[in-house]
Design a protein around this ligand. Sequence first.
Ligand SMILES: *[C@@H]1O[C@H](CO)[C@@H](O)[C@H](O)[C@H]1NC(C)=O
Ligand SMILES: *[C@@H]1O[C@H](CO)[C@@H](O)[C@H](O)[C@H]1NC(C)=O
Ligand SMILES: *[C@@H]1O[C@H](CO)[C@@H](O)[C@H](O)[C@H]1NC(C)=O
Ligand SMILES: *[C@@H]1O[C@H](CO)[C@@H](O)[C@H](O)[C@H]1NC(C)=O
Length: 399
Amino acid sequence: MTSEFPLFLLPMLVLNRILKLMTPFELVAISLCSKKSKMVCKSARSQMECKNGTKEFTLKFSLNKEIRLKFDYHPRLEWVFKLECFPKINNIPPGKNFLQKFKTFFRKKEQASCKAAYTRVTNDLFINTWIPTEDDTTSEHSLQLFTSEEDQWSNTNSFIQHLSDILNVSLWTIELHFQDFIREENERIIDFYYSDHENKTAVKSLTLIGKYWNTPEDDEVVDSILQRQEAKIKLKLIMKPTSEFKFRSEYLRNKLNFLKVQHSHWISFDQLLEIDPFLIILNESTFTKIHLKSLFEKWSSGWTPKWRVSMIKYAETVDIDDCFNELDAMGSFSNIRIHREEETYDGYPIEETKTTRYFLRRADGTIGVLSLEGTSFGTFFIFMEVEENVIVFPHLYQS
Ligand SMILES: *[C@@H]1O[C@H](CO)[C@@H](O)[C@H](O)[C@H]1NC(C)=O
Ligand SMILES: *[C@@H]1O[C@H](CO)[C@@H](O)[C@H](O)[C@H]1NC(C)=O
Ligand SMILES: *[C@@H]1O[C@H](CO)[C@@H](O)[C@H](O)[C@H]1NC(C)=O
Ligand SMILES: *[C@@H]1O[C@H](CO)[C@@H](O)[C@H](O)[C@H]1NC(C)=O
């Protein structure tokens, strides 16, 4: 901040108003000026109900390391700090002396001879401009931060700590592109972020991304990551294991709110029946009509899953009316109160889709809603609160 404007001499009310108009980057820049500026930014954030306003706080590990933030008062924009190591000279990492030299440059940034005028952000983290790069196609605003190769972990971590402090939100998610790292590096990342340390709490969500189909070695890395991680809120697995990869119950030893598996051929129907995340999305599953029928039948005969919502992309075109009618003919629904609904979205500019829903009220008052959207996307919602059900679905209770 080279401005001479006496920001901190403004009356508090005026200052708070100004801080509210600032972008997250401007706020971070100001918070770094002094202890007092950090305090002021923190209180401005709590007034803005920042805790509820933060929609994403992710540390991305890939060939590029990034801290990604999203706020609901800038709903379409992503604020990204891109972390880079100091340029290597002739591919030889800069030694301590070289770095010292760099640092003396930073302190004399007014010297015109120094092309890259870096300024210190925290410890050994530097920036050369606070003017963000704006990418309209990805709605991304980004700033580049520089650090030394050897201290990048602790420097990144102390910067995350600073963000957590002014936003009053801890780091939520690690997005790990595991194929960009060797097994030991993956394990080190997981062990570090999914355990409590002196200065930070364990991260609660994990997104695992594999760009290419796994090799058998990749499968082993994924197995090791899933056994070590301690995600307790969201687990997203956007990777492509081989056909040999097997589900293990340890992967889900922590109760999750949300599980999404993009290529779910490695999760069997019996495993789906057993697992317990609140909401489950299995895309590209191997499930067929037989399995949809089985869900109808099991619910009607008194089985209740531990999950409350499942969304499944079936491996084939399924006809939910056929499934229902075949079971109905066998008397499967004799003790069930049934309501069928059909809805068509005109879907413009995409093709129109029809959704068919079956509400199945059991004698115990619980309701299961099985539906099919289009030709192969099935959802199953479970409503266990009988008193609420009577209010929300009165037509299923009137005699
Ligand atoms: C944040 O949201 C929760 C739940 O939606 C609510 O109970 C809480 O009062 C909110 N806090 C603030 C500061 O708005
Ligand atoms: C958020 O603020 C409250 C109250 O000051 C504090 O107790 C809590 O530790 C803060 N949380 C984070 C993640 O900074
Ligand atoms: C925790 O923070 C303190 C003060 O910022 C620092 O001295 C200490 O080294 C940190 N510990 C770890 C494990 O990073
Ligand atoms: C499922 O996968 C398809 C194809 O990769 C993708 O277009 C779709 O968005 C995915 N659905 C969900 C719910 O993620």
